[in-house]
Every structure is written in structure tokens, then in C-alpha cells.
Design a protein around this ligand. Structure first.
Ligand SMILES: Cc1cc2nc3c(=O)[nH]c(=O)nc-3n(C[C@H](O)[C@H](O)[C@H](O)COP(=O)(O)O)c2cc1C
Length: 186
């Protein structure tokens, strides 16, 4: 099994937290999103939406749309930086926001399968990814931001998770250990 390329790819994925500034080719972004669209979803409703932001202006607008600086960002801000500041993208050129229709059956499960496909497809293409919890429901789904968020999320949808993507500037020397106590074989 250890020579299987798909398994090798899945087992080598890592959360990338330092990116090169290089732009990511459109074909690669399209391939990654195509993989996301092939994830399983409840009743095959595919009730997800992927917002791909690959311009500096787009990222700036995203930060602006969040509203007042959320507490989570304050911890991450570079010294002296004023809000909005792009400190939480780890230097990645691309941000992908994954939102879902909350009225679909088991929508969160579907979006996370899609997120997994994005991460594995990106890794196969030499790209790094990292989920960002700071760009999830709690900072973006408030009534106050409803108007400004509409550019990023379809009407009635909720943001589930955001992810940064780009060419890794660094690969962790040691990957986090995997637990052995999480499986029962019957
Ligand atoms: C739902 C979810 C949210 C995450 N949020 C963050 C985050 O906000 N910032 C971050 O640096 N990493 C985040 N991560 C990455 C995890 O810390 C990482 O997956 C874990 O430490 C295992 O490391 P690996 O992905 O390199 O295998 C998140 C991962 C998931 C699945």
C-alpha cells in the first residue's frame, strides 16, 4: 500500500502556515475546486458554495466585511497594525471560503468533505493549505455584517470555514503525531 500515490498524497498533506507570495495558476485553482465539487453531499444536493479570493483587493475587502476587529484577530495582529490588517492569511495569495445552505440535510458534513478534497487536491498539485477558524461563523455571520458579507456568501448561506492556499514557503520539519487510540477494530 505504501506505494499508492493517492494514499501517499493524503498522508503527506500538512497545514501550511508560511506561503510564498507567488500567484497560483488559474488552472490549478480550477482543478482544486473541481475536486471539491466531487465530494459526497447529503442527498447529492451539493448545497455548498466556494468563494475563491485571489487578489489583494479581494482579501482587503474580506477583512473590511468582517466589521470591527474581532478578538481573535487582535492576538494575531502584528505590532502596531491597524484593523483591517491581513495578518491572518499566513502570507497566502489565495483564500477560499466555503459556505453552505443551512436548510440542506447534514450540510456541514458535505462542506467538510469538500474541504478535505480541496486540501488533498492542492497537496497533489504542490500547493499548501490551512483551515482558518477565525474566518468562520462567529466573526462573519452576524446581522451587522449581513450586507457586506453578501459579496462573499450567497444569500441564505452560512460560512462554514475558510482556508488559505498557495505555494508553501516552508514544510514543517516534523508533522503532528497521529493518535493510535482513535480506532476500534471489531
Ligand atoms: C476545522 C479546523 C480549523 C482549523 N483552524 C485553524 C486555524 O484557525 N489556524 C491554524 O493555524 N490552523 C488551523 N487548523 C489546522 C489544525 O491545527 C491542523 O490541521 C492540525 O494541527 C493537524 O496538523 P496537520 O493539518 O498539519 O496535519 C484547523 C483545522 C481544522 C480541521
Amino acid at each position: 500500500m505504501e506505494n499508492n500515490e493517492v494514499l501517499k498524497n493524503m498522508n503527506s498533506r500538512f497545514s501550511c502556515r508560511r506561503f510564498k507570495p507567488d500567484a497560483v495558476e488559474k488552472e490549478k485553482l480550477e482543478a482544486v475546486i473541481e475536486a471539491a465539487k466531487h465530494a459526497a453531499s447529503g442527498h447529492n444536493l451539493q448545497a455548498w458554495h466556494f468563494t475563491v479570493i485571489s487578489t489583494e483587493q479581494g482579501k482587503k475587502e474580506l477583512l473590511g466585511a468582517v466589521g470591527p476587529e474581532p478578538e481573535q484577530f487582535k492576538k494575531l495582529a502584528p505590532k502596531g497594525a491597524t484593523w483591517p490588517h491581513p495578518s491572518d492569511f499566513y502570507g497566502a495569495p489565495v483564500v477560499i471560503m466555503i459556505s453552505y445552505d443551512p436548510n440542506a440535510p447534514w450540510p456541514e458534513a458535505g462542506v467538510f468533505l469538500a474541504a478535505g478534497n480541496i486540501m488533498n487536491a492542492a497537496n497533489a498539485l504542490g500547493l499548501g493549505t490551512c483551515c482558518l477558524t477565525v474566518f468562520s461563523n462567529d466573526v462573519f455571520n452576524t446581522e451587522d455584517t449581513a450586507r457586506s458579507k453578501s459579496k462573499f456568501i450567497p444569500d441564505g448561506y452560512k460560512l462554514y470555514v475558510s482556508m488559505v492556499l498557495g505555494y508553501p514557503a516552508a514544510v514543517p520539519a516534523k508533522r503532528p503525531e497521529r493518535r493510535d487510540d482513535v480506532v476500534s477494530w471489531l
